[in-house]
Ligand binder design. Structure first.
Ligand code: FAD
Length: 106
């Protein structure tokens, strides 16, 4: 339904924007906090089947939290796994900064 899609779009915007603004050199505590954040996000994301699959995906593909680039790439790949699942085209992850931090050139 439209709700799930609107929620999804807004949530991806938030998550990708967060990832590209994550520290370049996060402290150990920040790294732990991000792992915890993503786990808790997966617990409370208000689309139950989406959240359940996200929790499974976190187990199979643990988040990369050692830098902004690592997290941004990991999240792009996680989003692509959802894209594949729901039949949407894969996104070119080399364009993730352009899309979510610097803005498209056009
Ligand atoms: P979205 O997928 O919402 O993407 C928004 C924009 O992000 C795109 O227009 C594009 O510019 C950019 N983008 C696309 N792919 C990437 C990428 N890989 N990396 C960076 N940027 C990208 N829907 C379901 O039907 N079933 C599910 O199980 C499901 N699980 C979800 C789990 C999570 C954690 C989230 C946040 C959403 C989930 N959704 C699920 C919703 C779904 O992913 C879409 O958000 C929704 O279908 C709307 O799609 P959209 O075409 O507007 O683009």
């Amino acid at each position: 339904p439209q709700d799930k899609d609107e929620l999804g779009r807004s949530t991806w915007k938030f998550l990708h924007t967060m990832s590209v603004n994550y520290p370049e050199k996060p402290s150990i505590q920040e790294q732990k906090d991000m792992v915890n954040f993503l786990g808790l996000f997966g617990k409370f994301y208000p689309c139950a089947p989406c959240a359940e699959d996200f929790r499974k995906d976190l187990e199979q593909n643990p988040p990369k939290v050692e830098s902004d680039m690592a997290l941004s790439r990991w999240l792009c790949q996680a989003h692509n796994r959802v894209n594949i699942k729901v039949g949407k085209p894969e996104f070119d992850c080399s364009k993730v900064l352009e899309r979510w931090r610097d803005g498209w050139k056009d």
